[in-house]
Design a protein around this ligand. Structure first.
Ligand code: AMP
Length: 539
């Protein structure tokens, strides 16, 4: 028996589907390649890495968007025995320096343009040996840099039989969590973990990726392995469309229309923006069958609109960097097939059923398991072969965030009688008013269901009598002018919760701050609102 490594993920598409297309939007136009070409280029890159002495024990950083060259590094780095460390290009300078130095990256593969300029600016603070610019040329620079295409051109592809032997315990991937407080924490994935997670994602109970799919991973390749699409979709032999640097809604629509994308994935804001764009300019989403939405709660209103107006199914998924992304997906069970649509939405809007391969518990503050009654809430604990049991280099977090091999997710959830998880809040975002929990996610979803609102984020603010009260912020839809009283009435009518859940105030903002992964940045929002954060920060 061979070890569980990503070698067969490379073997299968390159040998069985060499003609299948890989489409990549890059900084200078669209590149159309195939799995056959991909195979050759990855084997050239393997030769180049070997030539420079990179292999087991080395860490290869990448700093770029979703495109074919980045996909090639996703394979060449771990196939060489080294570890691929994907770095978020949208982080601030301080975090980038911290992450690259903490991980002790040996070489960085960097996108041309802004990402390269960032590394150039920070070069004197980094102890990286060399930079590979993921382009045909290198700009004038003091950085020790080579062009990616020169590396490929200068090296003959090594034969498949010459590819290095791998072991399943080799560290193969790494990603830092995008926590809004404290330093980012490094999460490492072994070959075996990637194998297990990509397999999980391929199953019908996972994302059910098939060879006939045209998959467009919008979730960035610097965010939790792009939810494993680069591994799972490649092994499936699916056609893939990589949307390139900072894709706008118009860019995504163009790719969907031109390439006949059937399946795509990303955080809710991307899909809310696409709807807005299509409302305004029109667009053809007829090829699209489903969108996997996760990273933060998918608003039900958005799910309904895709369903009803475009016949596109939104599959709501939950996951974390620590669980290698997808850890649950929400679909009605077969026994619910006859339910009417609105009853099905009650399930579909939840974070869903735990993915195959994992186990979970939900525990209260006393560490006792809470009942699965859809009401009782507690912290979600998960474990399995795709869940980390420690952070890189962080002894204190390792003490606090794990209980044996259970990961304490920090998500406060309830589970209903059918086993569907519902995330009520992040532990640190929970609003506790007069000793009772108020779900900021439920308030946000209810506000976003109002046609005058495109985005909503709710935070808890300190209150003398109730300890904390909710404060809501919204961004108005195009040409709308939402009125606070109307929004309060809307919440009263739709929320199905007592009146003390209603926010004390609803403010209309131009924009709500987002984290580097596109989620609402509650910490940034509190700062912007100038709300005292002392009470909430330490949760
Ligand atoms: P990250 O590690 O940056 O991917 O963040 C993981 C966190 O994002 C989880 O612990 C949740 O708090 C949140 N999250 C992910 N998916 C969802 C979802 N579908 N609904 C609500 N929160 C989510």
């Amino acid at each position: 028996m061979t070890d569980l490594t990503i070698r067969p993920f490379f073997w299968r598409p390159t040998n069985l589907f060499p003609e299948t297309r890989l489409v990549s939007r890059t900084h200078d136009g669209t590149v159309d390649t195939s799995y056959g070409e991909f195979g050759e280029r990855v084997r050239s890159l393997l030769a180049a890495l070997a030539d420079r002495g990179f292999g087991p024990g080395d860490r290869i950083g990448t700093f770029g968007w979703n495109h074919h060259r980045h996909l090639e590094t996703y394979y060449a780095a771990p196939l060489s025995g080294a570890q691929l460390h994907t770095i978020n290009v949208q982080l601030g300078d301080e975090d980038i320096v911290y992450i690259v130095e903490d991980a002790d990256d040996d070489v960085l593969f960097v996108d041309p343009g802004d990402p390269f300029e960032t590394i150039e600016r920070l070069w004197s603070e980094l102890s990286v040996e060399q930079v590979v610019v993921m382009d045909e040329t290198v700009p004038e620079t003091d950085v020790d840099a080579v062009a990616y295409e020169d590396l490929i051109a200068e090296h003959e592809p090594i034969a498949e039989s010459e590819m290095p032997e791998l072991e399943e315990e080799y560290p193969a991937g790494m990603c830092y969590t995008s926590g809004t407080t404290g330093r980012p924490k490094g999460v490492e994935y072994t070959q075996k973990m990637i194998y297990a997670h990509a397999m999980m994602v391929m199953t019908p109970a996972g994302l059910g990726i098939e060879e006939g799919d045209v998959v467009m991973p919008v979730v960035p390749m610097f965010h939790v392995n792009s939810w494993e699409f680069p591994y799972a979709a490649t092994m499936a032999g699916a056609t893939q469309v990589y949307p390139g640097p900072s894709p706008s809604a118009a860019d995504l629509l163009e790719l969907i229309e031109r390439e006949g994308v059937t399946m795509t994935a990303g955080v809710p804001t991307v899909w809310i923006n696409l709807l807005e764009h299509v409302d305004e300019h029109g667009g053809d989403l007829s090829s699209l069958e489903r969108i996997v939405v996760g990273g933060s709660a998918a608003p039900e209103e958005m799910m309904r609109r895709y369903d009803e107006e475009f016949d596109v199914t939104v599959e709501h998924a939950w996951g974390m960097t620590e669980t290698m992304s997808i850890g649950s997906v929400s679909r009605p069970k077969s026994s619910m097939a006859d339910w009417d649509p609105s009853r099905k939405y009650e399930k579909r809007r939840k974070q869903g059923l735990l993915s195959p391969g994992l186990e979970m518990r939900v525990v209260n503050d006393a560490g006792e398991d809470v009942p699965w009654d859809g009401e009782s809430a507690g912290e979600l604990l998960v474990r399995g072969p795709t869940v980390i049991t420690e952070y890189y280099n962080r002894p204190q977090a390792n003490e606090e965030d794990f209980e044996g091999d259970w990961l304490k997710t920090g998500d406060i959830v309830s589970v209903d009688e059918d086993g569907y998880i519902e995330v009520v809040d992040r532990a640190k975002d929970v609003i506790k008013s007069g000793g009772e929990w108020i779900s900021s996610i439920a308030l946000e979803n209810a506000l976003m269901a109002n046609p005058d609102v495109v985005e909503a984020a709710v935070v808890g603010v300190p209150h003398e009598k109730w300890q904390e009260r909710p404060l809501a912020t919204v961004v108005a839809a195009e040409d709308a002018d939402p009125d606070e009283e109307e929004l309060q009435n809307h919440l009263r009518e739709t929320l199905e919760q007592p009146d003390w859940w209603l926010p004390d105030e609803i403010r209309v903002l131009e924009r709500i701050p987002k984290t580097a992964t596109g989620k609402f940045d509650k910490q940034g929002l509190r700062e912007k609102l100038d709300v005292d954060t002392a009470e909430t920060e330490d949760r």
